[in-house]
Each structure stands twice: as C-alpha cells, then as structure tokens.
Design a protein. Structure first.
Length: 94
C-alpha cells in the first residue's frame, strides 16, 4: 500500500487531522478535495477520483470524511479497506 497522506475532514472539507507519510503530496491537496465536495452534490460524488496525478479515495462516516491520497499507482481496494477499518476502530462502526 503506497498511501501518501491521510486526512479526517468535517462536512465542509476543513481538515481536522492530517498525516503526510511520504512527503510527495502538496499541502494544498486537501483544499482540492474540499473544492470537489463543495462543487458536487452528494449523489454526484464518487469515492475515488484523480486530480493532477493524485488519486483521492474517501468514505463518509457520521458527517466526517476519511480521505487518503496516493501519488503512486496503488491498490485502491486496499486503500478503501484501510479507511473502513480505520472508521471501525476509531468510531466503533460496523
């Protein structure tokens, strides 16, 4: 798994917690995600999208977005599984 960055954001896209693991993702990448969720309504949002060479994957849990970014060609199913397991551990989600 080549996860570059991990973010927990509120409904409007404001960063609550962030961690940059590899250092290959620019700081403003979370702003691109915030712009993406604000421009599209909930039915148009896709859990996986790419923008300028970055792959974004996210899930929504209790009005929070758990989002990760990868710059390399990574296994996206593994990244989504990581996000769901993180939600299960942190928030006792089923």
């Amino acid at each position: 798994m080549t996860l570059s960055s991990m973010f927990i954001l509120d409904q409007k896209g404001k960063v609550i917690i962030s961690r940059n693991y590899r250092g290959d993702v620019p700081i403003n990448a979370a702003d691109r995600f915030a712009q993406y969720i604000q421009e599209r309504d909930e039915m148009e949002q896709r859990p996986i999208f790419t923008d300028e060479g970055l792959t974004f994957a996210f899930i929504k849990h209790n009005n929070l977005f758990l989002m990760c970014i990868s710059k390399r060609n990574s296994n996206i199913a593994l990244l989504l599984m990581y996000l769901y397991r993180l939600a299960k551990v942190c928030f006792n989600a089923v």
